[in-house]
Design a protein around this ligand. Structure first.
Ligand code: MTE
Ligand code: MO
Length: 374
């Protein structure tokens, strides 16, 4: 059984699939802490969890401008240890809302295929330099990653990121061996995973086995024929995956975590208390979250309850927010909407209709939640 090495999972995680395992935490637990506890962090596995022995673990580096090198865990721990607090989101987060427009192919994620953790490890650039890398060859365009998890034909999970992200001294790409101060849990890539802050979850390769410095993108299925966006009019008969770029930075997103859809809520001083998260890819900071409970006639600016230092150039972590919305006395039902604005003034689109795509990725329309007022 290829699934013989699956770890134990927190009972609060709600699976959308068991083999491979995919699950997300409840929304109210998600919004409770700026740092998502590791055992509540969503899990997205495409393949069985590989059994990796940390004593025999070895990371291979090869390709352009490097000499073939390998590093065991002790070697990686000798590099300066670097920590980064970064949010990781699956491209399919919120797919279940897009499905209301038209069916799509993909796991039916709610709004919790996202989490924020502190990751620690060696900088990718330090490991490349130790392999003889000198960044003076403009042929180097992509850094490819391979996982130790493989399909039944022994093909590993793989992905790549552009060289300019990988080599940016402020890009904070790390080969992490810790998550929230502990060895990375099995489900999240034990013993080593690459963390690519600001970039879609799919490129944050877990159980990292190989790094290839290259002129070209990874030829992996997940780089070439998945994790790409298309026009709402493209269907499975007309889709041409070679025509769309692979998703890297994700668009601005937010979600209401409290109250939940369909909940009956009590007002506090005639106000409705709404809490949620907001995040944008590429290190773009969240500058505002607007919330309405009257279809957009009046918008209320949410308070940020948790956000990293606003002076740093890149904002890899999410922002948690809270809004208190006055509701007129006799109103019995309201629909709450939330939308975030990032530091490039990108705003979420209003509706899923016009961003629908056949794989159900980048679902970032306004989040809408219906509640009954007690
Ligand atoms: N890395 C490997 N080796 N195998 C995988 O299946 N899934 C990717 C990425 N890295 C995956 C992987 C996807 S699609 C996502 S969204 C994130 O890991 C999920 O990370 P998590 O399970 O730690 O939340
Ligand atoms: Mo994903």
């Amino acid at each position: 059984d290829p699934y013989a090495f699956e770890p134990r999972r927190h009972p609060a995680l709600k699976p959308s699939n068991l083999k491979p395992f995919n699950a997300e935490p409840p929304m109210t637990l998600l919004v409770d802490s700026f740092i998502t506890p590791s055992d509540l962090f969503y899990v997205r596995n495409h393949l069985p969890v590989p059994e990796v022995d940390e004593k025999s673990y070895s990371l291979e580096v090869s390709g352009l401008c490097v000499k073939n090198s390998s590093f065991n865990l002790e070697d990686l721990k000798k590099f300066p240890k670097y920590s980064v607090t970064a949010t990781i989101q699956c491209a399919g987060n919120r797919r279940s809302e897009m499905v209301n427009v038209k069916p799509v192919k993909g796991l039916n994620w709610g709004q919790a295929a996202i989490g924020n953790a502190t990751w620690s490890g060696a900088r990718l650039i330090d490991v490349l330099k130790a392999s003889g890398f000198k960044d003076n060859n403009l042929k180097v365009q992509h850094i490819q990653f391979e996982g130790l998890d493989t399909d039944s034909a022994h093909v590993p999970y793989g992905a790549s990121i552009p060289a300019e992200k990988a080599l940016d001294p402020r890009g904070d790409v790390i080969l992490a061996y810790e998550m929230n101060g502990q060895p990375i849990p099995k489900d999240h890539g034990f013993p080593v995973r690459v963390i690519v802050p600001g970039i879609v979850g799919a490129r944050n390769v877990k159980w990292l086995g190989r790094i290839v410095v290259s002129e070209v993108e990874s030829d992996s299925h997940w780089q070439q024929n998945d994790y790409k966006g298309f026009s709402p009019s493209v269907d499975w008969d007309t889709v041409d995956f070679s025509k769309a770029p692979a998703i890297q930075e994700l668009p601005v997103v937010s979600a209401i975590c409290e109250p939940l859809e369909g909940a009956t809520v009590k007002l506090e001083n005639n106000k409705l208390v709404v809490r949620g998260y907001a995040w944008s890819g590429g290190g773009r900071r969240i500058i505002r979250v607007d919330v309405t409970a009257d279809g957009g006639k009046t918008w209320h600016v949410a308070d940020f309850t948790d956000q990293n230092d606003s002076k740093v150039p890149y904002h890899w972590a999410w922002t948690l927010w809270k809004a208190e919305i006055p509701v007129t006395q006799n109103v019995k039902k309201v629909e709450i909407w939330a939308k975030a604005v990032d530091s490039s003034y990108n705003v979420q689109p209003e509706r899923f209709e016009n961003i629908w795509n056949l794989r159900g990725v980048c679902g970032n329309a306004y989040h809408r939640v219906n509640v009954n007022i007690k």
